[in-house]
Design a protein around this ligand. Structure first.
Ligand SMILES: C[S@@+](CC[C@H](N)C(=O)[O-])C[C@H]1O[C@@H](n2cnc3c(N)ncnc32)[C@H](O)[C@@H]1O
Length: 287
């Protein structure tokens, strides 16, 4: 496991995506600075707890598809988040014990918790602290090269992270480069890309939503579904294509998530009445 940044501390003077999202999944690694911004956003967009959890349920179905149907044995999970139940390596290795997984996240708290989760786990899974906005640096990390064989198909995952990638950013070459560089340059045909991000069909309210999170220090770009679709020219969408994740092969019998924390329970089910923002995505194959 490596950190290209010398294990800097997770910031505690501003909210982070890993901790705020992790709280909606039932995690305990959350601070008042994360809870305050999330509760503020939920006041206007109460659907966020449901859509975060729909994303995480999609993650299970996507990994299961990639291992069982697509035969993928290696995963590069960009913006992996804090560990919870049914993490990518646990799902992948349930269906193929030899699957390799490299977790990548910018927040060092993910590395710390990943180390604890993976202690004694063996040589198939690791965690790297890196910035997915610079995919060249991810590829240059020795831990990535040690676990991923780019002469074989790979799945590159960008799950609930597309909104953190701005079309123009100050450290990389922008969202399209971040999403496409690895699949276009080093991944062989038969490789897959799984993607999701929060979108809105309403540009004005989507902009209000994005500004409330971006303004709190979590980089955020609202997109419409059509703007997301535009990332993926030349790749073959797996049926049903890119959709609201609630509609991507729903499976009521899949393993449940951890319970919703008590403070967030009143928001559960809000998508029945509020759907200004939703998680949109799917899986694509490199022909
Ligand atoms: C909403 S969570 C998604 C976690 C997980 N992929 C999932 O779908 O359950 C977003 C994650 O992306 C990470 N992240 C945000 N910007 C990043 C960047 N530039 N490079 C790497 N990770 C980043 C955050 O730290 C956070 O853990």
């Amino acid at each position: 496991m490596s950190s290209g940044r010398g294990d800097p501390a997770s910031p505690f003077d501003r909210p982070t995506s890993a901790r705020a999202y992790g709280w909606m999944l039932g995690g305990q690694d959350v601070y008042p600075v994360d809870q305050n911004i999330l509760l503020y956003v939920l006041g206007r967009f109460p659907e966020c707890v449901d859509i975060a959890r729909q994303n995480r349920l999609f993650l299970y179905r996507a990994i299961r598809y990639l291992v069982r149907e697509a035969g993928i044995t290696q995963f590069l999970d960009m913006g992996c988040g804090l560990p919870t139940d049914n993490n990518v390596h646990q799902v992948a290795q349930r269906f193929n014990p030899d699957a390799h997984v490299v977790y990548v996240d910018i927040d060092p708290i993910v590395l710390a918790h990943g180390r604890a989760l993976l202690a004694g786990h063996g040589p198939t899974t690791t965690v790297v602290t890196a910035d997915m906005r610079i995919p060249e640096m991810v590829l240059a990390d020795p831990d990535v090269g040690a676990l991923i064989d780019f002469t074989e198909p790979v799945a590159v995952l960008f799950l609930s992270v597309g909104h953190h990638l701005k079309d123009v950013d100050e450290v990389g070459l922008g969202a399209r480069h971040a999403v496409r560089h690895i699949i276009d340059t080093v991944a062989v045909p038969g490789s897959h890309l799984a993607f999701s991000q929060v979108v809105s069909d309403d540009p004005e309210l989507g902009a209000v939503f994005a500004a409330s999170i971006d303004g709190a220090g979590i980089p955020w770009q609202n997109r419409s579904p059509a703007e997301v679709d535009a990332f993926f020219d030349g790749l073959d969408p797996i049926a049903p294509g890119l959709v609201n994740l609630a509609d991507w092969h729903p499976d009521p019998s899949q393993p449940p998530l951890e319970p919703v924390p008590e403070q967030l329970r009143r928001f559960v089910g809000a998508t029945e009445h509020h759907s200004i923002v939703y998680e949109y995505g799917g899986i694509l194959r490199k022909p």
